[in-house]
Design a protein around this ligand. Structure first.
Ligand SMILES: O=C(O)CCC(=O)C(=O)O
Ligand SMILES: [Fe+2]
Length: 204
């Protein structure tokens, strides 16, 4: 991990165990109101291996018909997304270096076999704000490269309580999750990994 792209910050152990437990409690409440759904790729309709939901005034969704987008309501219930928990807003205030709050917090749930292909987060119209990512539960192998798909990549392990910031030059860095390491955390009763990414979708 000698030369991480400029603007990528890795903040290990940002949340201690009791804070992680509090976050999981808050996520459980969110999921009770805004159930996990299975996202599908635009056009092909191929389902992703993660399940997801959101909190915030906007949420990121995707389906075969309408593709990647942010919207104010849950695709299945039609209800507004629940609020972003205060602990996450506090993290954003502390580390985002951006003067407005995040609008969306995407919640990804990975089972043992789930992964996420290399991609850029570019459905936002504000790239001055970073994407702030929190990992909970089982560790994963995270891959990050440059701003072009073919750029060299490097991989490192993210564990429960770690935070990654994709900002500055790295805001549009390609990244993905190659694999989950089952049984590496006791945080989630049934195992798996939760990733939270706070995003600003519109200009402040
Ligand atoms: O799970 C992760 O660590 C990354 C998630 C991600 O890149 C995304 O939701 O766009
Ligand atoms: Fe991403």
């Amino acid at each position: 991990m000698t030369d991480l792209p400029d603007g990528l910050r890795y903040l290990p152990d940002c949340f201690d165990r009791s804070e992680q437990e509090a976050l999981v409690g808050a996520i459980r409440e969110i999921v009770a109101d805004a159930p996990l759904f299975t996202p599908a790729m635009p056009k092909t309709g191929k389902e992703m291996s993660v399940r997801m939901t959101n909190c915030g005034v906007l949420g990121w969704v995707t389906d075969k018909e309408h593709g990647y987008r942010y919207q104010a309501t849950h695709p299945a219930t039609g209800r507004p997304w629940p609020a972003i928990p205060d602990m996450l807003l506090a993290l954003w205030r502390d580390i985002s270096d951006y003067p407005h709050p995040p609008e969306a917090c995407l919640i990804n749930f990975y089972t043992d076999k789930a992964k996420m292909g290399l991609h850029q987060d570019r459905d936002e119209s504000e790239f001055d704000a970073p994407v702030v990512s929190v990992s909970l539960g089982d560790a994963c192998l995270f891959r990050v490269g440059g701003t072009k798909r073919g750029d060299p990549t490097q991989s490192f392990r993210l564990k429960s309580g770690d935070v990654v910031v994709l900002g500055g030059e790295a805001r549009l860095a390609f990244h993905g999750v190659d694999r989950i390491y089952p049984g590496t955390s006791t945080l989630l009763k049934n195992g798996g990994r939760i990733n939270l990414t706070m995003r600003r979708a519109t200009k402040g």
